[in-house]
Ligand binder design. Sequence first.
Ligand code: UD1
Ligand code: CA
Length: 489
Amino acid sequence: MAEKLAPSAVIVLAAGAGTRMKSEKPKVMHGIGGRSMVEHAIAAARELNPKKLAVVVRHQRDRVAEHVVAFDGDVHIVDQDDIPGTGRAVEVGLLGLDEQGEVSGTVVVTYGDVPLLRAQTLQELIAFHEKDHNAVTVLTAHLDEPGAYGRIVRNQAGEVTAIVEAKDATPEQLAITEINSGIYAFDAKVLRESLAQVTTDNAQGEKYITDVLHIAREAGHRTAALAIEDRWEVEGANDRVQLAQLGRKLNDRTLELHMRNGVTIVDTQNTWIDSTVEIESDVTILPGTQLHGTTRIGTGSIIGPDSTLTDVTVGQYAQVSRTHGSEATIGDDATVGPFAYLRPGTVLGESGKIGTFVETKNATIGKGSKLPHLSYAGDVTIGDHSNIGAASIFVNYDGVNKHRSTIGSHVRMGSDNMYVAPVNVGDGAYSGAGTVIRQDVPAGALAVNVAPQRNIEGWVVKNRAGTEAAEAAEAAGAEAKNSSEESNK
Ligand code: UD1
Ligand code: CA
């Protein structure tokens, strides 16, 4: 393992237009694995614990700056001016950081659209760069199809002497398969001096950062390259096809990490887990599951199949099946689903149950309490060990305002109850099926308000003569009667 060396500064380049995204949204704000690309770049940079961290912006400047600062308030936003090119971007980044005291030592440059680059790789780059006292070290990869990437030019001794852009390269140079990733470690002083000599005299009329390597070498400084194995780490996303490819690669990496930590993932092709999610060992993830945001899963829990949880905390040994949930908490040993919809503010206690076709919102459901079937629980607090009968609705909305209800502990409420909020049900209370609870129910009371049932004997035989129902009724001994209970025609 490389020693953890903190660089003086990291400069993340994010000023480019990104036209191939064909998006109104800035390219670096497009996301994979639960974070935007630039958030991934900042997170990796931050792990290095640099003294200063700059993000260089220009295209849709305000939107990108706001997004970056919301993620990491300690980032220095630096504006690139009219001079185009990666060299100018690094130059303004360095000048911007110098304003708070001149930067010396190692400066790392990364891109805001290269989301898979790991902090560990950057640490290896810094260690390699500093061990050999290099002035410039470039991270490279070997590609069978080097395409439009800059080429790494080496002399006969194998030393890196220059980086040549594909558009400026000779046919011989184009045949080189070692490419420039665009990720570098520089000595700050050499970088500053060399950038001052970089011109825009090239095929694109831009100030190239790549020219710094050749200029530094000519001035007698050491230049080198560090080649990496996993090319995906330095791959950028220029369009949505590449974004999806990188999203899949990042997901593969995230799943592998969890599996190595003791999580069972049954179907790695159909499980998507954001890099921000935390999962304890001995959790089982069944096919078709997506875990997003700050979701955390405790040991022994079984999640899925076909569940999407966003910012949901699941305790230990819980079961969550075919569930869509967000901003909810599920207690230890609790069961949810199949086919449950947990909306924000749902808190299910230990060993509680939210069953089939149940929707909850701003609902606190106590220890061992159950909402087993076909119900809506919005704006309610339910105590411990209570049971809400099937097909019950917490009628929380009067058409203008939302109201909250409370249910006590050890309550047994009947099926098909309506709780017209705000209403309170005391501990140990019962209710009959079909009750519309409009008034508070005291502790231990039985609430009923359904009208007594009437049976009008012989009604079908008389009023629906000739139907299959009437024939069946007659066969069972029913007769038409002229009773006073005759219904309206
Ligand atoms: C650059 C390198 C090339 C390398 C490739 C790797 C140069 C001259 N060329 O190519 O050798 O193989 O990266 O992907 O450096 N950016 C700015 N300001 C600018 C221009 C770009 O901040 O004025 C940022 C972009 O937002 C992006 C990064 O720099 O994050 C790279 O820009 P891009 O245009 O994709 O790189 P190239 O110049 O094509
Ligand atoms: Ca690019």
